[in-house]
Write a protein that binds this ligand. Structure first.
Ligand SMILES: Nc1ncnc2c1ncn2[C@@H]1O[C@H](COP(=O)(O)OS(=O)(=O)O)[C@@H](OP(=O)(O)O)[C@H]1O
Ligand SMILES: Nc1ncnc2c1ncn2[C@@H]1O[C@H](COP(=O)(O)OP(=O)(O)O)[C@@H](O)[C@H]1O
Length: 200
């Protein structure tokens, strides 16, 4: 199929769209266990960016697993497909000029490498929200760890399914030592230059 698809050259480029917005666009990818703090930190970063006039959008389980990916389970194959589709959507949205914040467990190193390949290395900023399973289970924000321990949820990451910690994340946040406010500041400092348009 693919060989018969001839790309059209569009007249408006990503560079022009970025110029219209007055900032560059890229993907901030938050990975970590359920309850580690991905959504909390991503939301706080989005608020801070929005206040600076940056066009943002957050992709997370609430708006993706209930819609686009509602046919996917938590088997290893379906998680891979979940992440692949999200990466493709994020790629389009970055091309559209929007700073994307994506908060997904994304437990497999290979799947995260594939995201980098889909959006391009320069557009991918990986943030490892490194909170131990003990702490996530203590928080048990959604009561899912209790259910997983009781055997009511199969393949639960950290309990009965693996989480492969990123080896070389751009940013690593230990939420037992770093407050939400501090995490936001670390992330904003890291992306400050990436947001700036080149003077070409
Ligand atoms: N088996 C299993 N393992 C892990 N998580 C589970 C599972 N079943 C349901 N949930 C809830 O779904 C959220 C994780 O969905 P993701 O799309 O981020 O997962 S993945 O990236 O495809 O692994 C995760 O939400 P977050 O708490 O936002 O991380 C859980 O609330
Ligand atoms: N430093 C911190 N950073 C982020 N979340 C924290 C921190 N300290 C405590 N929390 C709490 O941990 C929980 C994280 O939940 P959530 O953001 O939904 O995680 P995830 O999106 O990774 O599943 C929230 O209740 C949040 O208030």
């Amino acid at each position: 199929m693919e060989e018969n698809i001839v790309p059209h050259s569009f007249l408006i480029t990503k560079k022009q769209r970025n110029k219209l917005k007055n900032h560059n666009a890229f993907l901030l990818w938050f990975t970590g266990l359920s309850g580690s703090g991905k959504s909390t930190i991503a939301n706080a970063v989005e608020v801070a960016l929005f206040k600076q006039g940056i066009h943002t959008y957050t992709l997370d389980g609430d708006n993706v697993r209930k819609g686009l990916n509602s046919n996917l389970s938590f088997s290893p194959e379906d998680r891979t497909e979940n992440i692949r589709r999200i990466a493709e959507v994020a790629n389009l949205m970055v091309d559209a000029g929007i700073v994307i914040l994506a908060a997904f467990v994304s437990p497999y190193e290979k799947d995260r490498n594939d995201i980098k390949n889909i959006v391009g290395e320069d557009n991918y900023i990986e943030i490892f929200v490194n909170t131990s399973v003990e702490e996530c289970e203590r928080r048990d924000v959604k009561g899912l760890y209790a259910k997983a321990r009781a055997g009511e949820i199969k393949n639960f990451t950290g309990i009965s399914a693996p989480y492969e910690a990123p080896q070389n994340p751009a940013i690593e946040i230990d939420t037992t030592k770093t407050s939400v406010t501090e995490a936001v500041s670390v992330i904003l400092n890291h992306i400050e230059n990436s947001l700036k348009l080149n003077n070409e």
